[in-house]
Design a protein around this ligand. Structure first.
Ligand SMILES: Nc1ncnc2c1ncn2[C@@H]1O[C@H](COP(=O)(O)OP(=O)(O)OP(=O)(O)O)[C@@H](O)[C@H]1O
Length: 284
Protein backbone atom coordinates (compact mmCIF):
# COMPACT_ATOMS: atom_id res chain seq x y z
CA UNK A 1 0.00 0.00 0.00
CA UNK A 2 2.76 2.41 1.07
CA UNK A 3 4.73 1.47 -2.06
CA UNK A 4 1.67 2.10 -4.24
CA UNK A 5 1.13 5.51 -2.62
CA UNK A 6 4.80 6.42 -3.09
CA UNK A 7 4.56 5.35 -6.75
CA UNK A 8 1.46 7.49 -7.26
CA UNK A 9 3.21 10.46 -5.65
CA UNK A 10 6.20 9.97 -7.89
CA UNK A 11 3.99 9.78 -10.98
CA UNK A 12 2.12 12.94 -9.92
CA UNK A 13 5.34 14.90 -9.37
CA UNK A 14 6.78 13.71 -12.70
CA UNK A 15 3.55 14.71 -14.44
CA UNK A 16 3.72 18.24 -13.06
CA UNK A 17 7.45 18.95 -13.44
CA UNK A 18 7.85 22.58 -14.41
CA UNK A 19 10.76 23.57 -16.60
CA UNK A 20 10.21 27.31 -16.84
CA UNK A 21 8.55 29.76 -14.47
CA UNK A 22 8.01 33.43 -15.33
CA UNK A 23 6.96 35.13 -12.13
CA UNK A 24 5.52 38.64 -12.14
CA UNK A 25 8.01 39.97 -14.71
CA UNK A 26 7.91 43.65 -15.71
CA UNK A 27 10.24 45.62 -17.94
CA UNK A 28 10.40 49.36 -18.50
CA UNK A 29 12.40 51.36 -21.02
CA UNK A 30 13.34 54.99 -20.56
CA UNK A 31 12.91 56.76 -23.88
CA UNK A 32 12.97 60.39 -25.01
CA UNK A 33 9.18 60.36 -24.88
CA UNK A 34 9.22 59.07 -21.30
CA UNK A 35 9.01 55.70 -19.64
CA UNK A 36 7.57 52.83 -21.67
CA UNK A 37 6.31 49.76 -19.84
CA UNK A 38 6.91 46.97 -22.33
CA UNK A 39 5.95 44.06 -20.07
CA UNK A 40 3.76 44.40 -17.02
CA UNK A 41 3.54 41.72 -14.33
CA UNK A 42 3.66 38.69 -16.64
CA UNK A 43 3.38 35.27 -15.03
CA UNK A 44 3.12 31.85 -16.67
CA UNK A 45 4.93 28.53 -16.58
CA UNK A 46 5.88 25.80 -19.03
CA UNK A 47 5.74 22.18 -17.92
CA UNK A 48 8.25 19.57 -18.99
CA UNK A 49 7.59 18.43 -22.55
CA UNK A 50 4.92 21.07 -23.07
CA UNK A 51 4.65 23.30 -26.16
CA UNK A 52 3.52 26.80 -25.24
CA UNK A 53 3.11 29.76 -27.60
CA UNK A 54 3.01 33.42 -26.68
CA UNK A 55 0.92 35.43 -29.10
CA UNK A 56 0.15 39.12 -29.20
CA UNK A 57 -0.14 42.11 -31.52
CA UNK A 58 2.88 44.01 -32.76
CA UNK A 59 4.50 46.05 -29.99
CA UNK A 60 2.96 44.06 -27.12
CA UNK A 61 6.35 43.06 -25.72
CA UNK A 62 6.91 39.60 -27.24
CA UNK A 63 10.53 40.25 -28.21
CA UNK A 64 11.18 41.79 -24.82
CA UNK A 65 9.94 38.58 -23.18
CA UNK A 66 12.15 36.52 -25.54
CA UNK A 67 15.20 38.63 -24.69
CA UNK A 68 14.51 38.34 -20.94
CA UNK A 69 14.08 34.55 -21.08
CA UNK A 70 17.19 34.20 -23.21
CA UNK A 71 19.12 36.21 -20.63
CA UNK A 72 19.98 38.80 -23.30
CA UNK A 73 18.69 41.75 -21.26
CA UNK A 74 18.66 42.52 -17.57
CA UNK A 75 17.09 45.27 -15.49
CA UNK A 76 13.63 43.71 -15.30
CA UNK A 77 11.49 43.17 -12.22
CA UNK A 78 10.27 39.75 -11.13
CA UNK A 79 11.89 36.38 -11.56
CA UNK A 80 12.52 33.80 -14.27
CA UNK A 81 13.56 30.32 -13.21
CA UNK A 82 14.60 27.18 -15.04
CA UNK A 83 13.97 23.97 -13.09
CA UNK A 84 13.83 26.02 -9.89
CA UNK A 85 17.04 27.96 -10.57
CA UNK A 86 16.72 31.74 -11.07
CA UNK A 87 18.36 32.86 -14.29
CA UNK A 88 20.77 35.77 -14.25
CA UNK A 89 21.96 35.68 -17.88
CA UNK A 90 22.01 33.22 -20.80
CA UNK A 91 21.20 29.82 -19.29
CA UNK A 92 22.75 26.63 -20.67
CA UNK A 93 19.37 24.86 -20.47
CA UNK A 94 17.76 27.33 -22.88
CA UNK A 95 18.45 26.96 -26.61
CA UNK A 96 17.38 29.89 -28.77
CA UNK A 97 16.23 30.14 -32.38
CA UNK A 98 16.03 33.68 -33.75
CA UNK A 99 13.70 35.32 -36.22
CA UNK A 100 16.47 36.56 -38.45
CA UNK A 101 18.84 34.50 -40.53
CA UNK A 102 21.46 33.01 -38.24
CA UNK A 103 23.19 30.26 -40.22
CA UNK A 104 26.88 30.72 -41.01
CA UNK A 105 27.02 31.25 -44.80
CA UNK A 106 30.60 29.98 -45.08
CA UNK A 107 29.82 26.62 -43.48
CA UNK A 108 28.03 23.64 -45.00
CA UNK A 109 24.80 22.39 -43.40
CA UNK A 110 26.61 19.69 -41.42
CA UNK A 111 29.30 22.11 -40.24
CA UNK A 112 26.63 24.61 -39.23
CA UNK A 113 24.72 22.01 -37.21
CA UNK A 114 27.87 20.48 -35.70
CA UNK A 115 29.26 23.91 -34.74
CA UNK A 116 28.21 23.90 -31.04
CA UNK A 117 29.83 20.48 -30.64
CA UNK A 118 32.98 21.70 -32.38
CA UNK A 119 33.17 24.56 -29.86
CA UNK A 120 32.80 22.00 -27.06
CA UNK A 121 35.74 20.06 -28.52
CA UNK A 122 33.79 16.96 -29.62
CA UNK A 123 35.79 14.88 -32.14
CA UNK A 124 34.81 15.25 -35.79
CA UNK A 125 33.37 11.74 -36.35
CA UNK A 126 31.24 11.96 -33.22
CA UNK A 127 29.96 15.48 -33.88
CA UNK A 128 29.05 14.56 -37.45
CA UNK A 129 27.12 11.53 -36.17
CA UNK A 130 25.12 13.66 -33.76
CA UNK A 131 24.64 16.43 -36.33
CA UNK A 132 23.32 13.90 -38.88
CA UNK A 133 20.69 12.70 -36.41
CA UNK A 134 19.30 16.24 -36.05
CA UNK A 135 19.64 17.06 -39.75
CA UNK A 136 17.53 13.99 -40.40
CA UNK A 137 15.02 15.02 -37.75
CA UNK A 138 14.41 18.42 -39.38
CA UNK A 139 14.02 16.71 -42.79
CA UNK A 140 17.28 17.83 -44.40
CA UNK A 141 18.98 14.46 -44.94
CA UNK A 142 20.85 14.62 -48.26
CA UNK A 143 21.63 18.34 -47.88
CA UNK A 144 24.57 17.95 -45.49
CA UNK A 145 27.16 19.33 -47.93
CA UNK A 146 25.10 22.28 -49.19
CA UNK A 147 25.84 25.87 -48.19
CA UNK A 148 23.04 28.08 -46.77
CA UNK A 149 22.91 30.13 -50.01
CA UNK A 150 21.90 26.94 -51.84
CA UNK A 151 18.86 26.41 -49.58
CA UNK A 152 15.41 28.02 -49.28
CA UNK A 153 14.60 30.31 -46.31
CA UNK A 154 12.57 27.52 -44.67
CA UNK A 155 15.45 25.07 -45.04
CA UNK A 156 17.88 27.58 -43.52
CA UNK A 157 15.60 28.00 -40.51
CA UNK A 158 15.53 24.21 -40.13
CA UNK A 159 19.35 24.25 -40.10
CA UNK A 160 19.18 26.86 -37.31
CA UNK A 161 16.71 24.69 -35.36
CA UNK A 162 18.92 21.58 -35.78
CA UNK A 163 21.97 23.56 -34.65
CA UNK A 164 20.12 24.58 -31.48
CA UNK A 165 18.79 21.06 -30.83
CA UNK A 166 22.31 19.66 -31.04
CA UNK A 167 22.93 21.20 -27.60
CA UNK A 168 20.01 19.11 -26.30
CA UNK A 169 18.65 22.14 -24.45
CA UNK A 170 16.05 21.49 -21.79
CA UNK A 171 13.98 24.35 -23.20
CA UNK A 172 13.76 25.39 -26.84
CA UNK A 173 12.92 29.10 -27.13
CA UNK A 174 11.95 30.34 -30.59
CA UNK A 175 11.18 33.91 -31.67
CA UNK A 176 9.00 33.91 -34.79
CA UNK A 177 11.37 31.52 -36.58
CA UNK A 178 9.07 31.24 -39.61
CA UNK A 179 7.99 34.89 -39.82
CA UNK A 180 9.68 35.47 -43.18
CA UNK A 181 8.11 32.42 -44.83
CA UNK A 182 4.93 32.05 -46.87
CA UNK A 183 1.84 30.48 -45.23
CA UNK A 184 2.08 27.05 -46.96
CA UNK A 185 5.75 26.66 -46.01
CA UNK A 186 4.91 27.65 -42.44
CA UNK A 187 2.24 24.94 -42.13
CA UNK A 188 4.59 22.33 -43.63
CA UNK A 189 7.42 23.41 -41.33
CA UNK A 190 4.93 23.20 -38.49
CA UNK A 191 4.68 19.48 -39.35
CA UNK A 192 8.43 19.17 -38.87
CA UNK A 193 8.27 20.96 -35.52
CA UNK A 194 5.41 18.66 -34.45
CA UNK A 195 7.46 15.60 -35.42
CA UNK A 196 10.44 16.89 -33.40
CA UNK A 197 8.16 17.59 -30.45
CA UNK A 198 6.78 14.07 -30.73
CA UNK A 199 10.22 12.47 -30.88
CA UNK A 200 12.11 14.52 -28.29
CA UNK A 201 9.23 15.56 -26.00
CA UNK A 202 11.02 18.89 -26.15
CA UNK A 203 9.83 21.63 -23.80
CA UNK A 204 9.24 24.50 -26.21
CA UNK A 205 8.23 28.14 -25.97
CA UNK A 206 7.37 29.81 -29.26
CA UNK A 207 6.89 33.55 -29.69
CA UNK A 208 4.61 34.25 -32.63
CA UNK A 209 1.96 36.57 -34.01
CA UNK A 210 0.53 33.85 -36.24
CA UNK A 211 -2.67 32.31 -34.82
CA UNK A 212 -2.68 29.25 -37.14
CA UNK A 213 0.88 28.40 -36.13
CA UNK A 214 0.11 28.83 -32.42
CA UNK A 215 -2.96 26.56 -32.54
CA UNK A 216 -1.33 23.97 -34.81
CA UNK A 217 1.68 23.49 -32.53
CA UNK A 218 0.71 24.32 -28.97
CA UNK A 219 -0.64 22.67 -25.86
CA UNK A 220 -1.37 26.14 -24.49
CA UNK A 221 -1.45 29.61 -26.01
CA UNK A 222 -0.66 32.64 -23.85
CA UNK A 223 -2.43 35.69 -25.29
CA UNK A 224 -0.81 39.04 -24.50
CA UNK A 225 -2.47 42.43 -24.29
CA UNK A 226 -1.23 45.38 -26.34
CA UNK A 227 1.20 47.65 -24.48
CA UNK A 228 1.84 47.19 -21.64
CA UNK A 229 2.15 43.46 -22.33
CA UNK A 230 0.27 41.43 -19.75
CA UNK A 231 -1.21 37.94 -19.90
CA UNK A 232 -4.73 38.48 -21.20
CA UNK A 233 -5.75 34.81 -21.22
CA UNK A 234 -4.26 31.34 -21.53
CA UNK A 235 -6.09 28.97 -23.90
CA UNK A 236 -5.69 25.19 -23.61
CA UNK A 237 -5.56 23.64 -27.08
CA UNK A 238 -7.23 20.28 -26.67
CA UNK A 239 -6.55 18.94 -30.17
CA UNK A 240 -5.35 15.33 -30.12
CA UNK A 241 -1.65 14.50 -30.50
CA UNK A 242 0.16 13.33 -32.54
CA UNK A 243 -0.94 16.18 -34.79
CA UNK A 244 -0.23 16.79 -38.43
CA UNK A 245 -0.74 19.72 -40.78
CA UNK A 246 -4.21 18.45 -41.78
CA UNK A 247 -5.48 19.35 -38.30
CA UNK A 248 -5.64 22.91 -39.68
CA UNK A 249 -8.78 21.94 -41.67
CA UNK A 250 -10.78 20.59 -38.71
CA UNK A 251 -13.79 22.36 -37.16
CA UNK A 252 -12.21 22.30 -33.70
CA UNK A 253 -9.12 24.02 -35.13
CA UNK A 254 -11.29 26.73 -36.68
CA UNK A 255 -13.04 27.32 -33.37
CA UNK A 256 -9.73 27.83 -31.53
CA UNK A 257 -8.50 30.23 -34.22
CA UNK A 258 -11.75 32.23 -34.00
CA UNK A 259 -11.61 32.30 -30.20
CA UNK A 260 -8.02 33.57 -30.13
CA UNK A 261 -8.65 36.06 -32.94
CA UNK A 262 -11.53 37.53 -30.90
CA UNK A 263 -9.11 38.35 -28.09
CA UNK A 264 -6.34 39.49 -30.38
CA UNK A 265 -8.56 41.72 -32.51
CA UNK A 266 -9.35 43.84 -29.47
CA UNK A 267 -5.66 44.22 -28.66
CA UNK A 268 -4.55 44.80 -32.25
CA UNK A 269 -7.25 47.49 -32.63
CA UNK A 270 -5.94 49.25 -29.53
CA UNK A 271 -2.45 49.11 -31.00
CA UNK A 272 -3.62 50.53 -34.31
CA UNK A 273 -5.61 53.32 -32.62
CA UNK A 274 -2.54 54.30 -30.57
CA UNK A 275 -0.24 54.43 -33.57
CA UNK A 276 -2.78 56.47 -35.58
CA UNK A 277 -3.13 58.88 -32.66
CA UNK A 278 0.68 59.10 -32.47
CA UNK A 279 0.91 59.86 -36.19
CA UNK A 280 -1.77 62.61 -35.89
CA UNK A 281 0.11 64.15 -32.97
CA UNK A 282 3.31 64.08 -35.01
CA UNK A 283 1.57 65.90 -37.91
CA UNK A 284 -0.04 68.62 -35.77
N1 LIG B 1 15.40 48.90 -26.26
C1 LIG B 1 14.25 49.55 -26.21
N2 LIG B 1 14.19 50.85 -25.90
C2 LIG B 1 13.03 51.52 -25.82
N3 LIG B 1 11.81 50.93 -26.05
C3 LIG B 1 11.80 49.64 -26.35
C4 LIG B 1 13.01 48.87 -26.46
N4 LIG B 1 12.68 47.58 -26.79
C5 LIG B 1 11.32 47.56 -26.89
N5 LIG B 1 10.80 48.78 -26.63
C6 LIG B 1 9.37 49.14 -26.63
O1 LIG B 1 8.69 48.17 -25.85
C7 LIG B 1 7.46 47.82 -26.48
C8 LIG B 1 7.44 46.33 -26.76
O2 LIG B 1 8.39 46.03 -27.80
P1 LIG B 1 8.70 44.56 -28.32
O3 LIG B 1 9.69 44.67 -29.41
O4 LIG B 1 9.02 43.68 -27.19
O5 LIG B 1 7.27 44.14 -28.93
P2 LIG B 1 6.88 42.95 -29.92
O6 LIG B 1 5.59 42.42 -29.44
O7 LIG B 1 8.01 42.00 -30.04
O8 LIG B 1 6.68 43.71 -31.30
P3 LIG B 1 6.83 43.12 -32.82
O9 LIG B 1 5.85 41.98 -32.92
O10 LIG B 1 6.44 44.30 -33.66
O11 LIG B 1 8.25 42.71 -32.98
C9 LIG B 1 7.34 48.68 -27.73
O12 LIG B 1 6.60 49.82 -27.41
C10 LIG B 1 8.77 49.06 -28.03
O13 LIG B 1 8.84 50.31 -28.70
Amino acid sequence: MAAATAKLRLAASAASETDLVVDNVSMHFDTREGRVTAVDGMSFSVERGEFVSIIGPSGCGKSTVFNILGGLVGGYEGKVSVSGETITGPHPSIGMVFQEESTFPWRTVIDNVAFPLEVKGVAKAERYDVARKFIDMVGLAGFEQRYPAELSGGMRQRVAIARTLVFEPKILLMDEPFAALDEQTRVLLGDKVLAIQQELKQTTLLITHNITEAVQLSDRVVIMTFRPGKVKRIVNIRLPRPRQGDVVGSDAFGRYVAEIWNDLREEASRGMAESEAGARKGRS
